[in-house]
Design a protein around this ligand. Sequence first.
Ligand SMILES: [Zn+2]
Ligand SMILES: [Zn+2]
Length: 419
Amino acid sequence: MNIVRQKGCRDILPEDTKIWQYIEEQIRDICKEYNIKEIRTPVFEATELYSRGVGDETDIVNKEMYTFLDKGNRSITLRPELTAGVVRAYIENGLSSKIPSPIKLWYTGNMYRYEKMQKGRYREFSQFGVEFFGSSSYLADIETICASYELLKRLNIADKVELAINSIGCDKCRKEYIDKLKNYLSPYLNDMCDTCKIRFEKNPLRILDCKEEKCKKILNSAPVITDSLCDECSNDFNNIKNTLEKLNINYIVDTRIVRGLDYYNKTVYEYVSKDLELAVGGGGRYDKLVSVLGGVNTPAVGFGIGIDRVVILLKEYGLLDNIKNNKIIYFLTDDSTYIKSLEYVNSLRNLNYTVETNIQERSFNAQLKYANKLNADFVIIIGEDEIKNNECSIKNMRTGEQSKIKLDINSIKEKIGNA
Ligand SMILES: [Zn+2]
Ligand SMILES: [Zn+2]
């Protein structure tokens, strides 16, 4: 039996890695422009980081984590998300005294969740995310929305997804709301799904998230959290809405959004593709997480965007035209001229051209066939005669035009144009 890849994993092949690289390029550009610094944290962490940081009652911690004992009998978990790890690193490395606050960090990387397979959902998946530490102002929330929106805009998918925002309040006003919600729900509880029954006791806000039709019906007339916000939360939420309007960023308010993780407060938001029924990303404020994980009380806000899902959108909508391909230059040589040709091959490579050579000792004809299959833009022929006359033949594979030119790098460049 051949060994096959694990369920829920994907091999990203060259045809697709160029899409990933294109997305990653936009990410790096935007983060540079926003002065957001990259952070890289380990793929595995102590299990406790997630049970404390993500929350014992969440699906992620309850059902989806890859947890195992290592040979030293430590309970280890493959990261199911990256915020907790970044917060751990922020505290452990004393970043608050090393970098002026607010501190703005970004990451990309693979994460692991033991989930049921569906479109855009893998057990190994990749996210880009941003975490800001030290600002409690709604302007920090706004900047995270602007940065994520800018990425979607540059990828031409901003108009393919809907930005939905909500406020889930602070400890004080959320408690009042949860009481109201429970009062409303208790008479209907027997008609709701089993998950909702458990959540009613353990995590009632998550009931709003339920996708079961019978629960959704009951929730239609439930009290909404935005009616229960305290003055501070309500001001922040209004400021965010007003600012988004001034910035011409379209949004809707969706009071059902609570996000799956325990650590959020105040602003939460999601980007959803309605057409493809795909959540592309989301974020929000998590002012308590740093202290929950043992740090000094520090307000924080961030977002994550699923790169696998962005790839799906780009493909579904055929938005791959912006991906730039280098021209391919093929150097056609024989045994006696191969080494001499490397001088020109390397010069072009140093100038950022994509150059292929004959590394299989093929015949003249076989090389030409191969160059054709490669879809090479130009073939440069260097045989013994050419070397003798200090020239080379150059064939434009698009037009079929072939000519002899002087064998020097400037003449070649002039003929083939930019990389
Ligand atoms: Zn509040
Ligand atoms: Zn339910």
